[in-house]
Design a protein around this ligand. Sequence first.
Ligand SMILES: [Ca+2]
Ligand SMILES: [Ca+2]
Ligand SMILES: [Ca+2]
Ligand SMILES: [Ca+2]
Length: 613
Amino acid sequence: MYRRACSGALQPPFPGIVKIICSGALQSPSRGFAAAHPEATAPFGTASDPSGELIVPLLYIRQQIFDRMFKFLTTCTVCLIILSFLNAQSGYSNYTQQTARLNALARTYPQLTKLRSLIKTSAGKDIWQLSIGLGNMDSKPAIAVVGGVEGNYLIGTELAIGFAENLLQGSSTDSINSLLNKTTFYIFPNMSPDAMEQYFAAIKYERQGNATVTDDDRDGKTNEDPFDDLDGNGKITVMRMESPVGEYKTHPDDTRVLVKADLSKGEKGNYTLFTEGIDNDKDGVLNEDGEGGVWFNKNFTYKHPSFTPGSGEFAISELETRALADYLYEQFNVYAVVSFCSNNNLSTPLSYNATSATQTIVGAWLQPDIKVNTMVSDLYNKTLNMKDAPVATPGGGDFYSWAYFHYGRYSFSTPGWWVPKTKPDTTKQEKAFTLEDPMANYLRWSGQQSLGTVFTDWKAIQHPDFPNIKVEVGGVDPFVMINPPHKLVADLVKKHSSFLVKLAAYQPELDIVNLKTEKIGGGLTRITLDIINKGALASHSKLGERSYWVKRINVKLNTLATQSVISGKKIQVLNALEGYSSQPLSWLVKGSGKLTIEAGSPTTGNKTIEILL
Ligand SMILES: [Ca+2]
Ligand SMILES: [Ca+2]
Ligand SMILES: [Ca+2]
Ligand SMILES: [Ca+2]
């Protein structure tokens, strides 16, 4: 038996295992191997025939086995090194790697960080919150930084974790140390961990929904018609079907690309476009209900798109949306929310819409907040120096709109990266496009950047739902048009970190100046002073000023029992103080001795002065 094992079954499985490991099935090669070859689980020392007859000298066999084991382990090690190298090259961190990076920061910088799981998603993945600051973090004005707002924007999560890494690596410098003395950062790197893992899955597609099981088309069945990888390339792209009444035609300068035919110019389309797949449930619609439940960026309260796929049964229906909203509502010290997703008011600021802004239910940013947006956008563009960002209108139920309209804070959002407008490379005989199109531009750019294969060429398939019609599968890879090649991530992290640090320097900051006390007879003293905002941002957004849930600047006179305030309020609440502005206040106080005046709010910090009457 052993001879058989040695000369036959035992020999080939070793290279077999190596092959399995090399091809990526790392989890259970030994289990698979053992199941397929139970004889190989026999201890090596029992190398004897059942009859007890030794067929080959034992030492020789041991040496043979040792040699093979050594070769096997060496090959495994090489494979693992190659795998980890490839992994490092491919770049984007999956959930496990994100978790490891955050834990590493918490371990390395215990004095400056607090890492906790805000909540677990329905799939059991932690929503991490990394708070960075000094001392009592919740008592200082804060910026919330949120990534994974959309599960397909991996760059957003990289920017959020990368910012934390950059900030903490610089924490020994005086400038970062004094920043952390004044400002707290609440970082939520990935609000869509269930969806984001689709990037790393066997079949890649841009997913935004979490693991909540949903019936997207409300037919009583769940996940009954997902995408189908018809060409077996591990990616969900698109299908084009020839049709005399199709909406699409090929791009005049790049035949790989389809563009909408312009009916107003008398153009005629000849293709209909679908996502890749078949009609699994035969209801006449393709891929209408696959895996992927509720979208984080569709589940918030402002203009919640109820009854649309991905929005949830009701606003804030999901564990992670609820947890974040609940948490932030209690954090009165947050003055700005910076999120990374398709929504964008950083590279291009919003413009004032008087009609919507003056409605009873405010439908657009208020004018003073638009000014702030313009200023912050200017800071962003000067720091990033990236042009031609795509325009995106929030789709409702989105986090960025909630942060302004319902949370009442300055809300800034950016995709973090977009495909630059690309000039033709004349050395490659490229010509200027006669028709501007994002995909054609992307393919030109990726070609010039030598990014390798990013487009699956159109290939005809037999489609069961469209017999006798020419259907082709192909198209640009998922993710690549919204997430940069990983080699660009470090520079983007550096620039966005710089932007966030500069934004913190715009923080509202309260002070009390120009104090004057005048004795006016009769034991009365007139006190005058200016409350000023030394920061560039207003103490609160104008919209926040209207919110009962935002804590405005409170000014309080603490008098002795022998003192009384004759005129002026002992306690008063101020409206938002614009950036670099002041508000004069005065009181008439009767009596003598010490009194203190306190002014402050969670977003501006506090200031106390002492006066001797
Ligand atoms: Ca369904
Ligand atoms: Ca495919
Ligand atoms: Ca269907
Ligand atoms: Ca399908």
